[in-house]
Design a protein around this ligand. Structure first.
Ligand code: NAD
Ligand code: UDP
Length: 335
């Protein structure tokens, strides 16, 4: 029995492959490499000392997926495959609706055909829109402020409908907060294409000299120092959350939406300070206007994850920064 990891060559997927293999699971990675390459999986093989089955294919293509279900006995799917750049989703919404929503529909159809009805889905804290208060609990109202967020919301709804139609399905909607960090080996990590949108890769690329300075998007929010506050979570903790979800899926009697965060928020300047301390590198920055669509504060109430999955994040901001820096300094230009 194996677990199919769609998008397994990507940032969170590759770390989850390591955790699953170390826990004794068999995995099959499925990816079209639109935002990754097979290099990450070669690196994962170095870490775990094992061959990892890797299938190149697109989740929108049922023939590609059916080959996997024909060749392997798939028990459950962890579904990471998707496009995730907010700005691009605003510019090219149809690309996002096609890849993320249509792709997930095709995946579920093929799963159904082969009697595989267990899925862990990569959702996001973006489904809470601009939260009325923090920390954020799973029952808070949902909304979307851009096409990327709308794909996550719609897929959550699609998966709920699939469960209503057939309650043999076991479905976890994992709502990630802000994944950062890298495997402690420094061999795998986040390798964004082009100019990073996210804070941590922008910081590490500034520290290594690939960017001149970090733009801090606004210092007039109602937060500890005026800069935006987020719940940064170490990618290995996040990966361990997926392991727990896979282990607990069979006990779920309804679709479970679960926050994966630490419960602690850090401002942009707090992250910059923590990074400078952990790396011993300066991160020049300039305060610039707010980025449109950003919220002041976003951090999780992680209680439900602890109750339902027996999981909580254990890696702190210092470790997140140390591991991000190890990856970046060992791999100045990524993979
Ligand atoms: P990533 O881009 O590194 O990984 C996604 C992988 O999916 C890539 O390897 C890409 O090549 C693959 N992929 C995309 N479309 C595909 C398709 N049609 N068929 C096959 N493979 C396809 O991104 P990540 O940061 O690892 O994110 C994984 C998932 O988690 C995504 O669904 C993302 O939306 C979600 N998520 C990420 C974050 C974050 O900040 N990184 C936060 C919340 C949710
Ligand atoms: N941010 C910033 N400069 C950057 C990138 C991000 O000041 O170059 C801020 C952003 O405004 C937010 C926080 O860092 O307050 C996290 O942003 P990111 O894009 O990483 O994640 P988000 O929570 O927006 O998905």
């Amino acid at each position: 029995m194996a677990i199919l990891i769609t998008g397994g060559a990507g940032y969170i997927g590759s770390h989850t492959v390591v955790v699953l293999i170390e826990a004794g699971y068999e995995v099959v990675v499925f990816d079209n490499f639109c935002n990754s390459s097979d290099k990450s999986i070669k690196r994962v093989e170095e870490i775990v000392g094992k061959f990892i089955p890797l299938v190149e294919g697109d989740i929108r293509n049922s023939i590609d997926l059916e080959k996997v279900f024909e060749n392997y006995s798939i028990d459950a799917v962890i579904h990471f495959a998707g496009l995730k750049a907010v700005g691009e989703s605003v510019a090219e919404p149809l690309k996002y609706y096609d890849n993320n929503i249509h792709g997930t529909a095709v995946l579920c159809e093929v799963m159904q055909k082969y009697g595989c009805k267990s899925i862990v889905f990569s959702s996001s804290a973006t489904v809470y829109g601009d939260p009325h208060t923090t920390p954020i609990q799973e029952h808070f109202p949902l909304s979307a402020t851009n096409p990327y967020g709308r794909t996550k919301l719609f897929i959550e709804e699609m998966l709920r409908d699939i469960f209503v139609a057939d309650n043999q399905w076991k479905i976890a909607l994992l709502r990630y907060f802000n994944p950062v960090g890298a495997h402690i080996s420094g061999v795998i990590g986040e390798d964004p294409n082009g100019i990073p949108n996210n804070l941590m890769p922008f910081i590490t690329q500034t520290a290594i000299g690939r960017r001149e300075f970090l733009s801090v998007f606004g210092d007039d929010y109602d937060t500890v120092d005026g800069t935006g506050v987020r719940d940064y979570i170490h990618v290995v903790d996040l990966a361990l959350g997926h392991l727990k979800a896979v282990e607990k899926l069979h006990t779920f009697e309804s679709v479970m939406a679960i926050n994966l965060g630490t419960g602690r928020g850090y401002s942009v300047l707090e992250v910059v300070n923590a990074f400078e301390k952990a790396s011993n590198k300066a991160v020049p920055y300039k305060i610039t206007p707010r980025r449109s669509g950003d919220v002041a504060k976003c951090y999780a109430d992680p209680t439900y994850a602890k109750d339902v999955l027996g999981w909580e994040a254990t890696r702190d901001i210092n470790q997140m920064c140390e591991d991000s820096w190890r990856w970046q300094s060992n791999n100045p230009n990524g993979y």
